[in-house]
Design a protein around this ligand. Structure first.
Ligand code: ZN
Length: 655
């Protein structure tokens, strides 16, 4: 394992202990093999003068909700040492009291809640304490005779602690185990099935020690578990992914995203001979269980049945282990393995699905290595249950704020590089959905930088490109629920007797035919969608055509008819189809200055008067249209299909 200490960087920290703490915490956090997504914690003991000028010993310990990789000084909670040390001497302490009195002992009330391991950090008599859940350590301890193997590797200068619940119980265990111990006689502590502690009065030494300990364990694995997961990439099946995401959403009670991994190693893991047996024994460390649940679901021949079986097993596990007053959590798996292909991960947000993917990647490696050490042997059901239903762990998942209406939903917008399409993407993001943004313009690939947007350059008149794009959406987000079929062009004005053939053909191809092809490709996935809905971008020219725009108006009229029939055909599958008829939206790609001037001249108006030429005298913007479109996809319109709504500031020819 690489030691990332950089002397030049470290020199800038001078003698500031908290800055040093931030620096080496980040070094630990930079290595996924040490800590992942909120795992691990660090602390530094600093004596500071309080308001009254008296010296006060404080423990700056990682705050809940912070990641070591990105932690800042304000991510550390300052807690009075004397309170923590008194707590360590108590026989019994409830979680509620621990949290309450630790908060009361903080010298900065705006700091985050201290880590559940704060007492543990306080009793270790060194300035710096580093704690990680290093893969190599937990892999070895999750194999037969794990304790013996650790003793052989590290000898007498390592305190080996049997697994107990983290928090107060762990701190008490350490107090008892170290009563007659000279702390200088050990280099660290290994907590079986959990992780490792290093400590020193010097930041660098404590960090170095962590790297040394973990490197030793890694060397052992290199010698004794040298085979690695390798093979060819798996071939994904979009239908299976979408079906599984639908089922997980049902079990979870709200829509989720699904992310897939068909990399060589994920595919090799899915091909292991006794996959079902070894993959469903338990997680690497118990703190992963709140993210991944105990096990992945492994697909056999009956996908939906496999999920039902998972849910039944989960209910039985709850019944077996529950304490009075505990409520069962949802019964949806977070991770599925598709034999021969790889894995699928489920989360309400892109970030959550990514966290599960990261944990699963490390879990697969650990299982494969431990199997070479004699067999994967994680903690038992009772210990895992205790951790999963620990209120302090569940609190980590709960974040304030109201859930956005479209969280977990997947939308696609065509013609997304500018104007109404671009505004629709932004509006969908604001409502919590993830969005596939399609456009023929190459700049589509650089417009959106959010990880909630999948940008795809796609010629919407080309069926092969559409199919490829839809597959990409399913592989990235797991399904498809919402469609804004918006791509369109506005050809140059021409009377019927002088429309060039190519212009007529192109208008029909883009404004009409492409929408039919697109809907055709979306339909199989919308049928597996959650409250699926489609909005078709029509035009005021449908109810109120004008001379000189036949190629456009005829195509849009055909498109409206297509939408009406789609509403009839798709309704029985629960898919709603509604049409918007915008007028005079001038901040869009099709309205060049040239066209604008020509249309204004046609109506003998100035450009400004032309822009607000409606009953209300208002300008209609792309954002106005996008807001209405997204509302039409929402539950507000849950019983509406086949409707046509004008958005034009009022037009007496339309009314
Ligand atoms: Zn831990």
């Amino acid at each position: 394992m690489n030691n990332l200490w950089n002397e030049t960087e470290a020199k800038k920290l001078k003698k500031d202990l908290l800055k040093q703490r931030v620096y080496t915490s980040r070094l630990l956090g930079a290595n996924e093999d040490l800590v992942m997504h909120g795992g691990g914690n660090t602390s530094v003991k600093i004596t500071k003068k309080n308001l009254f000028g008296e010296p006060e010993a404080l423990l700056y310990v990682k705050g809940s909700g912070w990641d070591l990789g990105t932690i800042e000084a304000e991510g550390f909670a300052p807690v009075k040492m004397d309170t923590l040390l008194k707590m360590a001497q108590m026989e019994d302490l409830s979680d509620m009291d621990m949290v309450k009195y630790q908060r009361a002992a903080m010298t900065d009330p705006s700091a985050p809640n201290p880590s559940v391991e704060a007492i543990m950090h306080a009793i270790i008599p060194f300035t710096f304490v580093d704690h990680t859940h290093a893969d190599a350590i937990v892999t070895i301890t999750n194999s037969p005779n794990g304790k013996k193997k650790i003793e052989e590797i590290f000898g007498k200068r390592m305190l080996i602690v049997p697994y107990v619940m983290p928090g107060f119980i762990l701190a008490r265990t350490i107090v008892q185990m170290t009563q007659n111990l000279d702390w200088k006689s050990i280099d660290g502590m290994i907590l079986l099935n959990h992780g490792v502690f290093s400590f020193h009065d010097n930041a660098k030494e404590s960090y170095d020690q962590m790297i040394k300990i973990v490197s030793k364990a890694e060397d052992y694995l290199k010698k004794n578990a040298s085979k690695i997961l390798k093979g060819a990439k798996g071939t994904r099946d979009a239908q299976i992914i979408a079906r599984s995401r639908k089922k997980v959403s049902e079990l979870w009670g709200s829509p989720v995203l699904a992310k897939t991994d068909n990399s060589a190693s994920a595919s090799a893991f899915s091909n292991l001979k006794d996959l079902k047996k070894i993959a469903t024994k338990g997680p690497i460390t118990p703190d992963h269980i709140i993210r991944t649940k105990q096990n992945p679901v492994v697909f056999g021949k009956d996908l939906e049945g496999d999920f039902d079986q998972f849910a039944e097993k989960y209910k039985a596990y709850f019944k077996e282990n529950k304490l009075a007053g505990q409520q069962i959590l949802d019964q949806a798996p977070r991770w599925a393995i598709v034999p021969g292909t790889g894995s699928i991960f489920y989360g309400k947000t892109v970030k959550n699905a990514q966290i599960i993917e990261d944990i699963a990647r490390h879990t697969q490696k650990a299982i494969f290595q431990a199997e070479q050490l004699g067999g994967w042997k994680p903690l038992g059901q009772a210990e895992l249950f205790e951790m999963e239903y620990w209120s302090l762990e569940q609190a980590k998942l709960k974040k304030g704020g109201q859930q956005k209406e479209m969280l977990g939903k997947v939308a696609v917008v065509t013609g997304a590089a500018s104007g109404i399409g671009k505004a629709c993407v932004q509006q969908l993001l604001a409502s919590g959905a993830v969005v596939a943004a399609l456009d023929i313009a190459p700049e589509i690939e650089t417009i959106f930088s959010q990880k909630e947007v999948l940008s795809i350059k796609c010629d919407i008149t080309n069926s092969a490109q559409i199919k490829k794009a839809i597959d990409q959406i399913i592989f990235e987000f797991g399904g498809l629920d919402l469609v804004i079929s918006n791509a369109g062009i506005f050809p140059k004005s021409a009377k019927i007797d002088s429309i060039p053939e190519a212009i007529w053909e192109k208008s029909l191809a883009v404004n009409l035919t492409s929408h039919q092809r697109f809907l055709q490709c979306c339909l199989p996935f919308l049928e597996l969608g959650i409250d699926p809905a489609i909005v078709i971008m029509g035009s005021k020219n449908v109810p109120a055509p004008g001379p000189g725009a036949a190629a456009y108006s005829v195509a849009k009229a055909g498109l409206t008819q297509l939408a009406r029939i789609a509403a009839m055909e798709f309704g029985k599958s629960g898919i709603r189809v509604n049409v918007l008829h915008p007028n005079a939206v001038y901040d869009t790609g099709i309205w060049t200055d040239e066209i604008l001037k020509a249309r204004a001249k046609h109506y003998k108006l100035s450009v400004k008067a032309y822009k607000t030429n409606n009953i209300m005298g208002v300008e209609v913007t792309s954002k106005d249209v996008a807001q209405l479109a997204v509302n039409m996809l929402s539950s507000t319109f849950s019983k509406v299909t086949g409707a046509q709504i004008p958005i034009d500031g009022g037009n007496d020819r339309v009314i």
